[in-house]
Design a protein around this ligand. Sequence first.
Ligand SMILES: [Zn+2]
Length: 84
Amino acid sequence: MKTCRKCNIEKSEDAFYKNSKVRGGLHSSCIECDKAISKKHYWADPIKERKRSNKYYVLTKEKHKEKYKEEMMQNLLLRASVIG
Ligand SMILES: [Zn+2]
């Protein structure tokens, strides 16, 4: 048994997420509390959260485009040198 630091309720070990980084190997707060926290975090500002992930998506997309362009150029140069 382990006492949750958030709700102060004593619960069995499987009511906690495992966390190898902490002593005892278990999260200090129970799964229910952890879920409530992440939900609260999201719903506190869902638009901001969505924008943030969208921005990340656009960024990676741009990066991919750049990489693709680079590869295309290299391929062209390679082919040109072979033919030339
Ligand atoms: Zn709890």
